[in-house]
Design a protein around this ligand. Structure first.
Ligand code: PLP
Length: 406
């Protein structure tokens, strides 16, 4: 079992209060908090090693370059890909856009199809919509079942030889639904499609081995996994990299430049134009080490236990509609719900007065809310530093909201 008490000591933010109450942070799907180890790694980079990478032969530049490449190896190891397959990006959104505007634009033609699911975050919808419009391609959307699981029959029906790419989230940021990504890849490969996995809610809570899953691309955000804002990763399988040109162009991504043309670099450099966020990469690697020390299996188990407890307590409340699967085996630590007659923003506001941070709205998943026929939900999302007491604080805040608004 994880010792939440010990873990919380690593997170300076839990020392502060919100409107006089202890902070209960349940907005982890939006962004996580940072442990002192990550803050120290970033701080140490700027205090002792700061220099630009890959350009200088002076000591500091060499140290910064080494730290940057060591960070790449650490983050790559976490998802089990080669260092040459891990590109540093700012976030999941940038990672997905990189794939859309490079591989996508070179491989998707008029009449081809792209398959996503209705539970995608806007970051895994809008870039594909853009590409479909510009390429004359068709965007197909696989439905969900009544309990919020991916409808595999519908998915299979919409997958065909015309499908060039399947883009699917590992874990929904609204219902917590964990998608069967290995099965999705197996089906996609049968029709010759490549697969992008949106790992924004998966990498840090469920864990993923890209070799076992067999996906072509995986995008994730450092800020949602204890790392710095503006850090993130994109796995691109070697074979796919060979089929792709660069995304942004300029310094850093070239091998040779002539007045009229250039030759691009190979490997991750090809996709990392300009000066990278070296401190961000160093901080992200430290965040990865934090997860590895605790163990992904324990993190997953801990979050499952909390989620099961939250579902049980919420189900006991009257007038509550909870979205997503009831079985925590196929659900990550995200619970979205509505209370009959009370607007989700009002719920979030009452909770905030009690120090409880949750999110209300559509969580960048409007198509899914349309599918559920609700304008908005309140979302509580958990991480390794939450415990049952946090859930109790949530429930007592919800009871108060009911009391106020009824
Ligand atoms: N995909 C999912 C499933 C998400 O939950 C999020 C953020 O909430 C994103 C993509 C976008 O992440 P970012 O804003 O870090 O690019």
């Amino acid at each position: 079992m994880l010792s939440v008490k010990a873990i919380r000591k690593d997170f300076p933010i839990f020392k502060r209060t919100i409107l006089g109450r202890p902070l209960v942070y349940l907005d982890n799907a939006a962004t996580s908090q940072r442990p002192k180890q990550v803050i120290a790694a970033v701080n140490d980079f700027y205090r002792r090693h700061n220099a630009n990478v890959h350009r200088g032969i002076h000591t500091l530049s060499e140290e910064a370059s080494n730290l940057y490449e060591e960070a790449r190896a650490t983050v790559a190891g976490f998802i089990n890909c080669g260092s040459d397959e891990l590109i540093f990006v700012r976030n999941t959104t940038e990672g997905i856009n990189l794939v859309v505007w490079t591989w996508g634009f070179d491989h998707v033609r008029s009449g081809d199809e792209i398959l996503v699911t209705v539970m995608e975050h806007h970051s895994n919808f809008v870039p594909w919509q853009q590409m479909a419009v510009r390429r004359g391609a068709v965007l197909r959307v696989a439905d969900i079942t009544e309990d919020g699981l991916l409808d595999m029959e519908d998915f299979k029906k919409k997958l065909s030889k015309k499908t060039k790419i399947v883009a699917v989230t590992h874990c929904s940021n609204v219902t917590g639904t964990i998608n069967p990504v290995s099965e999705i890849v197996r089906l996609a490969k049968r029709v010759g499609a490549v697969v992008l996995i949106d790992g924004a809610q998966g990498v840090q809570h469920i864990g993923i081995d890209v070799k076992v899953v067999g996906c072509d691309f995986l995008a994730f955000s450092g800020h949602k996994m204890l790392g710095p804002m503006g850090s993130g990763g994109l796995f691109i399988k070697r074979e796919r990299q060979e089929e792709m040109g660069p995304f942004l162009t300029g310094g850093g991504m070239i091998r040779e430049v002539y007045a009229t043309h250039f030759v691009w670099a190979e490997g991750p450099e090809k996709f990392e134009a300009g000066t990278p966020d070296v401190a961000g990469a160093v901080g992200l690697a430290e965040a990865v080490r934090y997860h590895t020390r605790l163990g992904m299996r324990y993190i997953r188990k801990h979050e499952s236990n909390i989620t099961a407890y939250a579902l049980e307590r919420l189900r006991d409340m009257k007038d509550m509609q909870i979205f997503g699967p009831s079985d925590v085996k196929v659900r990550g630590g995200v619970v979205s719900f509505t209370i009959k007659g009370i607007h989700p923003h009002d719920v979030a506001e009452v909770l905030n007065y009690r120090g409880v941070a949750v999110r209300s709205g559509t969580h960048c998943a409007m198509p899914l809310h349309d599918r559920f026929r609700v304008p908005a939900t309140t979302r509580a999302s958990f991480y390794l530093y939450n415990d049952k007491k946090d859930i109790d604080a949530l429930i007592s805040g919800l009871e108060q909201a009911k009391h106020i608004f009824r």
